[in-house]
Design a protein around this ligand. Sequence first.
Ligand code: PLP
Length: 357
Amino acid sequence: ALNFNAGPAMLPEEVLLEANKNWLNFNGTGMAVMELSHRSNEYEEVHEKAQVLLRELLSIPSSYEVLFLQGGASLQFSMVPMNLLTKESTGNYILTGAWSEKAWEEAKKIGQTFISASSKEQEYKSIPNIINEISEDAAYLHITSNNTIYGTQWHHFPSNEKVPLVADMSSDILSRPISMENFDLIYAGAQKNLGPSGVTVVIIKKELLARSNNSLLPTMLNYNTYAKHNSLYNTPPTLSIYLLKLVLEWAVRQGGLEALENKNKEKANILYDAIDSSSHFYVGHADKKNRSKMNVTFNLDNQELANRFLHQAKEEGFIGLNGHRSIGGCRASIYNAMPLEYVHRLAEFMKKFRNLS
Ligand code: PLP
């Protein structure tokens, strides 16, 4: 299948083959990975290796903790304000799409919030240029680095030394190098660039952890529980973390984040060229300057034509090209694992469909 799903998404074939090879007998243990005790040396090695590789790939300094949680990015919408907001402080949000709106909605249930900027009135076609304001008592500023549904992406991150920056990187983590020092907390559900669903990665500055000292927080909703127990307070999602480790090893073999970024640029350019050279047969949703290199969103003249495009694409083996159910149209998700060849094939199909219509 030519799998363009937005997440869960395709994984590198090498990773699947390696997992398959070890499926019934992991490292000579006579057990499958998911049969190992999470307290066994064999599993702890996997756990540790995944953390070390994430630190290496993202150049994460020792002043940050790397945590493995469950509950997806959606639970982080609640955990961020639960751990970081106080009665006197405010969670600042930049709204760039449906996921940042959801994050903000959850924060409103916990404490005070403030919208620093929003591109909602522009139908989320862009990333706001100017950050209007940051409230004086800001606990943090929250952004969504890549907007999976609308196909926009931050290319330059806001920096304000006084306010901790929190980023939902679910759909573009590991797609490009970032300066870790700019961020105080990053979270990402795994099911796009990191592996299968089931594990959520949280990278948090230790200084920020020290602030999360609300002893009334439920144990499993407190970041400190994960930091103190090396994400082994309770049973972690062992199989997902094993697959995460394999994906990280694959990313290292690809040449790391710079090499992955170059490949991602090449892939995105092929599809945006197919859109831009189509004499408006295909119309990109996002403003050119804010286009995402992970999710290429576009429309055809009307939804009926789009449906015909999607139907024919499916017959030719292209999976998951329908836009998110909330906005319709089409979307090609081209995360790290997407081979260049599939992208070429999609661009060719787009040309062919246009010529025949
Ligand atoms: N944030 C972003 C940017 C996403 O793309 C998604 C899912 O696609 C989510 C959050 C929600 O993630 P989860 O399903 O892991 O809760």
